[in-house]
Design a protein around this ligand. Structure first.
Ligand code: SAM
Length: 195
């Protein structure tokens, strides 16, 4: 067995670089199910950092048209599309962005989404002076969905052991929303139901 693939889940707020290009951590499908069971999306959905399609495949269950792209070729969707600089107007954008680029992904999604965008981010993304000044003071999310079950991210093909200790949430920006940010909690059970 390749010892480099024996990678424990990432327990801190800082994920290490992955083994197959920058920050490739497929999202466990139950975490995407939790979003689509609780948020409605009308129109096309762009999964703009699609990796191997782990999230796109679940999003297809909405019945909406799914557009999938990634900067890197992971044998799924379009490749060579840098979401940070891309100019493409789409109804909805949903992804789990690379850890190191969450802020530019918010900025690009604000520019490129016509209706809604949802990003799976560390709950700690809520903190920080820079984010308060640059993002939240001008464009606070409409809703934050906090996971009550821990998501464990593994690099692709890594041996799975242990469970994660980092809190994640879906951050949803809805252009039709007025008023303050709503804070919601997913009830436990998605992990088992959509294992
Ligand atoms: C954490 S993985 C998530 C993959 C997929 N969204 C999922 O949830 O399973 C982040 C993905 O972002 C891609 N990526 C990194 N920088 C990017 C960029 N500037 N534009 C588009 N995709 C990028 C990586 O190649 C990787 O596939």
């Amino acid at each position: 067995m390749n010892k480099h693939l024996l990678v424990a889940p990432q327990p801190t707020t800082k994920r290490v670089a992955d083994l197959d290009g920058p920050d490739f951590y497929p999202t466990p499908k139950w975490a995407t199910h939790a979003l689509i069971e609780n948020e409605q999306f009308s129109g096309d959905i762009w999964e703009c950092a699609c990796g191997d399609g782990a999230m796109s495949e679940v999003l297809a269950r909405t019945g909406n048209k799914i557009i999938s792209s990634d900067l890197f070729d992971r044998d799924y969707g379009e490749h060579g599309v840098d979401f940070i600089t891309e100019d493409r107007s789409v109804d909805n954008i949903i992804t789990n962005p690379p850890f190191h680029s969450a802020e530019p992904f918010v900025e690009s999604a604000l520019r490129n989404s016509k209706k809604k965008f949802a990003l799976l981010l560390r709950l700690a993304f809520l903190e920080g002076g820079g984010r308060q000044r640059n993002i939240f003071s001008k464009n606070a999310p409409s809703r934050v969905w906090v996971f009550s079950e821990r998501i464990t991210f593994y690099p692709k093909n890594a041996v799975r052991k242990g469970s994660g200790t980092t809190a994640y949430a879906w951050f949803v920006w809805d252009k039709a929303h007025c008023g303050p940010t709503e804070l919601n909690w997913f009830p436990p059970g998605y992990k088992k139901q959509f294992a």
